[in-house]
Design a protein around this ligand. Sequence first.
Ligand code: 13P
Length: 255
Amino acid sequence: MNPTKRRTVIAGNWKMNFTPAEAEAFIAEVTPLVAGKDNCDVVFCAPYVTIAAAMKAAEGTNIKIGAENVHFAPKGAYTGEVSAEMLKAIGVEYVIVGHSERRQYFAETDETVNLRTKAALEAGMKVILCLGEVKEERLSGITDEVVAMQTKLDLAGISAEQLKNVIIAYEPVWAIGTGLTATPDQAEETCGVIRSVLAKLYGEDVAETVTIQYGGSMNDANAAELLSKPNVDGGLIGGASLVAKKFAAIVDAAQ
Ligand code: 13P
């Protein structure tokens, strides 16, 4: 983290977990544990049907609620999708775009990730843009090239002004849900590569202000070490975001 230059953001990605009632109970449990922890922003991204209940439960707290995806078209014949205008209409502030599970299971490409990012930014939301290499790419020594390419393609056409509302989540796919975590040095190195690509695209000063999270089996036991790295500005947390005490311990590690 480098709190003098950029905001630390600890975000939970609930994925396909939590009914509205379960989310309410979870928010009630986690609220006192994260209250007053002002050195980071605290966000939970929820399934569409759970967002409204989570937002209501989080009213008056320091917890923000986001969505896990957004479509790029304003409206139309896209069965099963939700537009940025719809999310904005219910007050959603954050949205995850380009998660590897969307890329892997739902055929999302850098092109659609870019379109979704633009739609969310144009609607005034903050985007948590996910990218990262798969295991074979890391083993082949092409991680830097892969994340550089994703960064460039996913941010194509996005201005420096719009970039202020983009958080990048570096999530090595091999570390997601596997219990394998990138070492703090690996996380630092690749987050640094992403920042250097941002510097080429937008200039050093802008790049220094962008929050870059790490995600992939981050938990209460490894968060402090990962967050101690200067280019790791927070976490995007899956499994541990479903357990109030574990998530709160990660927020504590960011203080
Ligand atoms: P896990 O923390 O369960 O590995 O998931 C990480 C993730 O995919 C967050 O978006």
